[in-house]
Ligand binder design. Sequence first.
Ligand code: HEC
Ligand code: HEC
Length: 363
Amino acid sequence: MQVGRAGGHPTMTHTLRALAVGTVSAIGALLIAGSALAADPLMERARELFKPLPASIPVVKDNAVTREKIELGKMLFFEPRLSASGIFSCNSCHNLGLGGVDGLETSVGHGWQKGPRNSPTVLNAVLNVAQFWDGRAEDLKAQAKGPIQAGVEMNSTPDRVMAVLTSIPAYTARFADAFPNEKQPVTFDNVAKAIEAFEATLTTPASPFDQFLEGKADALTDAQKAGLTLFMDKGCSACHNGVNVGGQDYFPFGVVEKPGAEILPPGDKGRFTVTKTADDEYVFRSPTLRNVALTAPYFHSGKVWDLRQAVAVMGSSQLGAKLSEQEIDQITAFLHSLTGQQPRVEYPLLPASLPATPQPMLR
Ligand code: HEC
Ligand code: HEC
């Protein structure tokens, strides 16, 4: 996934946000200039490991992000008729009012079935190296086709999705606008591309940590600064770094000490299923820690509800370090500084079903 500046046409909200963040950056630049003599060593060090979120929509591979695609993608993200039951939309499990997650241990989908893993946030997912806990989807457009067809999630088929969308002229018109010059714009691929375009807008810039990286020294509290120092000194930043504070690489869960089966259930071997390499047993993508204060419960198993406990588990499992209560508090305080501006999404109006639209299937 490419990470870049200014792609496509920003939505209104994003233009406003870009302006707001631009102002923050400008202030940051002044502060940097002003503090060049008395450089802030913590800020300097953090800048080598992390990058602020871009204010503009990231560029995505092979999919120009246009206003029409974003709008259509937003409708599809909230569209329950992409599921066989007519009940589940992407937003059911990636609720944009709840930090892009469902707040459940593991997700519940079609027929009240409980899936095997915790739902990761869609916020800033566009900046992850690949999608899913095991990285099995290359990017968001490859990812989006998965849940629609997964039996425990939306339980639909590409044919059924096409039948739903082509039965509603308002949708065929939207696809024609979003994919001009295509002979048959309503395709399953284009459903995925439109959703990807919308998801690319779901970034959360201007968190206190971003403001700090941009030069605002007092954007972090003293406890958060102590936590940031620990985060780097103890080695958390070896796996959670870069623009997404994670999401870039794969590591065993339990580098030093394997967590107990109650946190790391033995049945889920993670990336091993993708690569079939013995070294990849219990290997997972290090998640982004952006907005982590909003996305409990934690880990792919969703077994840990308290962020402090997740930090303690990471200390022992990944670093062989027993963190003190104070260290846990400070690191947790730092993690709270990663909560950014949440996307303000206006709930889309969805066109009504017509007699030809396939009816919901509850079984
Ligand atoms: C029933 C709940 C459910 C529904 C509905 C659902 N998802 Fe998910 N989503 C999940 C779970 C659980 C995972 C993690 C699965 C895994 O890693 O194996 C996931 C993973 C993802 C990821 C990967 C994020 C990351 O950081 O790796 C994205 C992006 C995503 N879903 C988007 C969508 C979109 C788009 C839709 C609608 C087309 C959708 N989801 C529908 C539960 C759901
Ligand atoms: C060797 C790499 C590595 C190190 C070092 C590491 N982590 Fe992690 N972290 C991971 C991986 C991999 C996961 C996902 C584990 C899983 O659920 O399978 C994770 C998950 C997490 C989570 C849960 C996030 C979520 O959304 O569920 C938090 C919080 C976290 N790490 C914080 C930390 C902190 C704080 C430190 C330092 C004390 C740290 N990590 C050190 C690799 C690492």
